[in-house]
Design a protein around this ligand. Structure first.
Ligand code: GLA
Length: 386
């Protein structure tokens, strides 16, 4: 495959720094059409890989040491393969976390050098960290002929996030980054990991991200907290329905019957997840007949639930979604990803894209004094060797 200018730049920097020819990996970020906070509840999601990616150049170095260099931060980090541990924060954790998982699986990782950079905005909810994890996992798999399947890379990336980044994330981000397919969304069953690809025929419509450029600091702790609240709801319902394993097995009837026994907060969390799962299945149904109007309504309903019941939105996201309701050419809008900042995803009539960007920029600037960033999404292939 021919390298892009950016891929060339990463490879060139690698050669200048480490004086050898690396392999180059492109690992994309992701969007999610609908199905938020359902993955760790063994539910359904509808993500896709996008044309914003991390690019990693990697080569063996014959040492016991790994040398990592971030082009974007202009920082080098070194660690010894026999002695390393999570840092208090920072990008190195995503890479070391993967090495740690490979070692825990009994696979031999030898010393390597890695230069990486990308155009996935950090902290925008587009999963730059999952891209980094999946990129290094695929790269090391190739380099050391570890024989791992794609789905193994996905699981290793997810566990790296749990152990080295401290976020008990679900499997959606890594799955989308590795298994994405150009022009398609992935309907993923997060329990069985069965998936199917849906062509997304965006002939007359466009998907646009509005980046709030805020990431409220409670994001990671609130994420783990939501996960706990869902588990608490399952524990309560298990007393009455012993066969259930997760909120995937729960319906609204079961919840409503026992509402009085619930802590109100936990009840709201569970209600949101049960309803969101149903919305993903409905979204797949309407996509079969390219009913984008209906898809848009489901996106608005998803946002409402995330904001009011799951309480992972924030005023910046809520304002952006609310404003779109005044614009007749927007079919749907919602916050995307973990929440507390990041992006909204918008389904817009294609010939109104420029108008949309202009209108929302004015509104956002007036409200928060921040220049809104917008990105028109192209759905791309998953993590690959260049
Ligand atoms: C983050 C996590 C995912 C998923 C989303 C919310 O992106 O990494 O696993 O839970 O939040 O849908």
């Amino acid at each position: 495959m021919k390298k892009t200018i950016f891929e060339e730049k990463v490879a060139r920097t690698f050669k200048e720094k480490y004086i050898t020819t690396p392999i180059v990996v492109n690992a994309p970020g992701r969007i999610n059409l609908i199905g938020e906070h359902t993955d760790y509840n063994e539910g359904f999601v509808l993500p896709a890989a996008i044309d914003k990616a991390m690019v990693l150049a990697i080569a063996e170095n014959g040492l016991q040491e790994c040398r990592l260099y971030s082009l974007d931060f202009e920082e080098e980090f070194k660690f010894n393969l026999n002695d390393f541990a999570p840092q208090s924060s920072g990008w190195a954790n995503y890479l070391m976390g993967v090495v740690d998982q490979l070692q825990k699986n009994g696979l031999e990782v030898k010393g390597f050098d890695c230069v990486f950079g990308g155009n996935i905005p950090i902290g925008a909810g587009l999963s730059s960290s999952a891209a980094l994890e999946c990129g290094i996992a695929l790269g090391l798999n190739e380099l050391f002929e570890l024989g791992l399947e794609k789905v193994d890379l996905v699981k290793i990336g997810q566990l790296a996030e749990h152990t080295f980044a401290g976020v008990q994330c679900g499997i959606m981000d890594q799955f989308a980054s590795v298994l994405g397919k150009e022009g398609h969304v992935i309907r993923l069953d997060c329990r069985s990991l069965d998936y199917s690809l849906f062509p997304l025929k965006l002939d007359e419509h466009a998907l646009i991200l509005c980046d709030t450029q805020v990431k409220h600091s409670l994001a990671d702790s609130a994420y783990n907290q939501r996960r706990k609240e869902c588990e608490e709801g399952v524990e309560l319902l298990k007393k009455y329905f012993p066969a259930i394993n997760s909120l995937r097995d729960v319906d609204l009837d079961m919840l409503e019957t026992h509402e009085a026994e619930f802590d109100q907060k936990v009840y709201k969390r569970c209600k949101y997840v049960v309803m969101e799962n149903a919305r993903v299945l409905k979204a797949c149904e309407v996509l079969e007949r390219d009913d984008f109007n209906h898809l848009g309504q489901l996106m608005y309903a998803s946002h409402e639930g995330l904001s009011q019941l799951y309480e992972v939105s924030c005023q910046e996201l809520d304002l952006l979604v609310e404003e779109t309701k005044k614009l007749g050419y927007v079919l749907g809008s919602r916050m995307m990803g973990g929440g507390f900042g990041g992006c909204t995803l918008n389904l817009v009539e294609k010939d109104k894209v420029a108008k949309f960007e202009e209108e929302l920029k004015v509104v956002y600037e007036n409200a928060f004094g921040i220049t809104l960033k917008t990105y028109v999404v192209k759905i791309d292939e998953g993590t690959r060797l260049i």
